[in-house]
Design a protein around this ligand. Structure first.
Ligand code: ATP
Ligand code: MG
Length: 451
């Protein structure tokens, strides 16, 4: 016995993995509110649901995101499975969605508007608003080259933030990266510009200089700031088509009443972006101020071996949106059902089931003495208590108590599930009903008689 006790005391409870979160209560309600609001809004915009696997072959991400990106070079959770295949936990949605589009022949629906949400995994340095497992909302339009698709996505993002009640203090920063040629010319100019001041840049930016110079513009390091501000702007390199495209996007936003700010240094981390690039940012979340980001990725599907397929999309961090929403109260129950004594419990289970089928939220007390159960019901914030004690049971009745007015009446058990609780509230019957009597009619009649 002693030996067992000693062995047990040595069992350590495993800790959660660094950078993961357990979310509960008011925080979990805020999280759910974000997801539910997204689900509602995406239906208004007629985006269809898609579900993709949480893991894919590593090539899905390494090819489409580009080997030089932060995500692929240092953030992916990749592993070999037992069959020796290299797999990766998805670090973002777009690549997997593009793979699914190709392997399932979703071209037949093009242009296809799809929305999804769920967990993603990146090996990052955990801090507030930055986790190793986090969650995104994601919306994409695949197979559309028209600027209207960009506009629709941006208007939807704007409405989402408004319906979440967090639009104040969040601004839409908008840029264009031009078409492939404009982007390449800009890239070359940036390399020339930054090469001249290379020694004064942060180590990370020096490292990015040849690989991914656009990303230097995105640097948060104060040593890079003086140089990024004066760096060449994309506008000098935009082709007429690229200018026209951007003009249509901004005109669409203006027509839909979406406020935006031009952010000439805004780039997206991933190589595949073209034309429209955007972020919704706030200063209310410290360094992790980007809540939603996206843009047009006309080159992505080709990197996966598909035909040229223009597409545009965005992703939003659920945790960051939920932080802006703040704690969300858990709703009170509509009804607290209280059985007093064992015999009443069966009847109360039936009442509880009937009320829930009626669409009411119900808590049934099953612990503690009568006083405890009553005070818990009073404290619960429920609108009604339904109480069944021995006397009520004998009469096939239950007490319906309006917890805000304190008015309490006895009601026949047979009424539950047939007559809404709100109609029973405060209604006095002349006496217990006989079995088989027309309950609804009788009650309505009685109640009118008394008024
Ligand atoms: P950041 O510059 O903050 O690293 P990113 O460019 O890597 O962002 P995206 O890949 O565009 O981010 O993802 C879209 C959104 O997902 C971000 O705007 C953010 O709200 C959220 N997000 C990204 N990475 C994380 C993370 N590690 N933890 C929590 N949310 C994240
Ligand atoms: Mg990142």
């Amino acid at each position: 016995m002693r030996l067992i006790a000693r062995a047990m005391s040595q069992i350590q409870t495993p800790q959660a993995i660094r950078g993961t979160q357990d979310i509960f209560g008011a925080d979990a309600e805020a999280f759910a509110f974000v997801v539910e609001t997204f689900e509602r809004v995406r239906k208004l915009y007629r985006f269809r649901r898609a579900e993709m696997p949480v893991f894919e072959k590593t090539a899905v991400f390494s090819r489409s995101l580009g080997e030089t990106t932060d995500v692929v070079s240092k953030e992916m959770y990749s592993f070999e499975d037992r069959g020796g295949e290299s797999l990766t936990l998805r670090p973002e949605f777009t690549a997997g969605l593009a793979r699914a589009y190709l392997t399932n022949g979703w071209q037949q629906y093009a242009p296809v508007k799809v929305a999804t949400h769920g967990p993603l995994f990146r090996y990052e340095r955990p801090q507030k608003g930055r986790y190793r497992q986090f969650h995104q909302l994601d919306a994409e339009v695949i197979g559309a080259a028209e600027p209207q698709a960009d506009v629709e996505l941006l208007v939807m993002a704007d409405q989402l933030l408004k319906e979440l009640g967090i639009a104040d203090g969040v601004t839409l920063q908008l840029n264009t990266l031009g078409d492939a040629e404009s982007r390449e010319a800009w890239r070359t100019a940036l390399i020339d510009y930054f090469r001249a001041v290379k020694g004064d840049l942060s180590e990370e930016s020096q490292d990015r200089l040849e690989r991914n110079p656009l990303r230097i513009l995105d640097s948060k390091d104060p040593r890079d700031r003086p140089f990024t501000a004066d760096a060449p702007k994309i506008d000098a390199f935009l082709s007429a088509e690229a200018q026209d495209f951007f003009g249509k996007v901004t005109a669409g936003l203006d027509a839909a009443g979406v406020a935006w700010t031009r952010a000439p240094a805004l780039v997206r981390g991933l190589d595949y972006y073209r034309h429209t690039a955007f972020e919704f940012v706030t200063d209310r979340l410290g360094a992790q101020g980007t809540v939603l980001g996206g843009g047009r990725y006309d080159g992505l599907i080709e990197t996966l071996g598909g035909p040229h397929t223009p597409a545009v999309g965005w992703a939003a961090g659920v945790e960051r949106l939920a932080m802006l929403v703040g704690e969300k109260g858990e709703a009170n129950a509509d009804v607290a059902v209280i059985p007093l004594g064992e015999a009443a419990e069966t009847v109360c289970l039936a009442i509880t089931a009937a009320l829930r089928r009626d669409g009411l939220s119900v808590d049934m007390g099953f612990r503690g003495n009568m006083k405890k159960r009553m005070s818990r019901a009073n404290d619960s914030g429920a609108s009604y208590a339904v109480i069944v004690g021995e006397n009520e049971l004998a009469d096939s009745m239950a007490l319906v108590r309006n917890l805000s007015t304190g008015v309490q009446t006895a009601q026949p058990l047979a009424l539950f599930g047939k007559v809404p609780l709100s109609l029973m509230d405060g209604m006095t019957l002349s006496g217990p009903l006989e079995p088989g009597q027309s309950m609804v009619g009788d009650v309505l009649l009685n109640s009118q008689d008394e008024n």
